[in-house]
Design a protein around this ligand. Structure first.
Ligand SMILES: NC(=O)c1ccc[n+]([C@@H]2O[C@H](COP(=O)([O-])OP(=O)(O)OC[C@H]3O[C@@H](n4cnc5c(N)ncnc54)[C@H](O)[C@@H]3O)[C@@H](O)[C@H]2O)c1
Length: 249
């Protein structure tokens, strides 16, 4: 196992991609913190992992609130010890065409996806710098390159890519790697919420003809580099096939 006894926080891991990542990291031996603003679902996910024999606990946190992020790191450290891995996965969308996008839908997406990721990365950086090691993985999106009806979301994810590349340069010499993954279209509650017409359109663009699934094993865990070499990698995938692991199909 690659991650025996490593302490990993995965934000937004009550369900969806975050839950898939938490399962992969837990299977690799990490002690995972399921963190989410949705307490009931988060607690159920942690209990599910625990029941399957993987140590997991739930700590509530809305990443858009700085103090809650500080509390998340403090509670994790008090319960499990220093954080080795941070996966910034929590994110939302509020899709609308640019000419119809409201200020509140702009603000909330930027606050969660970009500012929330910044809050989490900052807490991780402060702590990981002191210890001279750590791994940060940010879940951006293929939409960072632009996508119709997603100007707020695309801007937030492009911001995450810039944040990733900058943090990588700042933290490389401190033994900390920072990477971003830019998934294509994945079948989760987020994408199930889009109108059927949009779903069909998105699937139509994917060469494999189906949305990516969970748990995406291997695709995430391989971003845990076994060496101390710092990398800045933005992995982009428009193809669902690249995101599906063989056993899911
Ligand atoms: N599904 C896709 O096709 C897709 C593609 C590219 C990128 N992504 C990104 O992957 C991540 C996960 O997406 P998903 O499809 O699993 O979404 P999802 O909506 O199924 O799950 C998101 C989780 O994040 C939590 N969350 C939302 N806001 C939060 C906040 N402020 N603080 C803490 N937790 C919060 C939710 O409660 C939920 O459990 C997001 O960052 C999303 O932008 C998704």
């Amino acid at each position: 196992m690659l991650l025996t006894n490593k302490v990993a926080i995965i934000t937004g891991s009550a369900r969806g991609i975050g839950k898939g990542i938490a399962c992969v990291l837990a299977r690799e031996g990490a002690q995972v913190v399921i963190s989410d603003m949705d307490r009931p679902t988060g607690e159920a996910t942690a209990a599910e992992l625990d029941k399957a024999g993987y140590p997991a606990r739930f700590i509530a946190c809305n990443i858009a609130h700085r103090q809650q992020v500080i509390d998340l790191f403090e509670q994790t450290e008090a319960q499990l010890g220093p954080v080795d891995i941070l996966v910034n996965n929590a994110g939302i969308n509020r899709d609308a065409m640019l000419h119809k996008l409201t200020e509140s839908d702009w603000d909330v997406v930027i606050d969660v996806n970009l500012k929330g990721t910044f809050f989490c990365m900052q807490q991780a950086a402060v702590r990981m710098r002191e210890r001279g090691r750590g791994r940060i993985v940010n879940i951006a999106s293929a939409s960072w390159l632009g996508n119709v009806g997603q100007s707020n979301y695309a801007a937030s994810k492009a911001g995450v890519v810039g944040l990733t590349k900058t943090a990588c340069r700042e933290l490389a010499r401190k033994g900390i790697t920072v990477n971003a993954i830019c998934p294509g279209f994945i079948d989760t509650d987020m994408t199930r919420a889009v109108p059927e017409k949009v779903w069909d359109l998105m699937i139509g663009k994917i060469p494999a003809g189906y949305a990516g699934g969970l748990p995406m094993s291997g695709n995430v865990s391989r971003f845990w580099p076994r060496t101390a070499r710092a990398t800045s990698m933005v992995k982009s995938s428009m193809s669902a096939a690249a995101w599906c692991c063989k056993e899911e199909k």
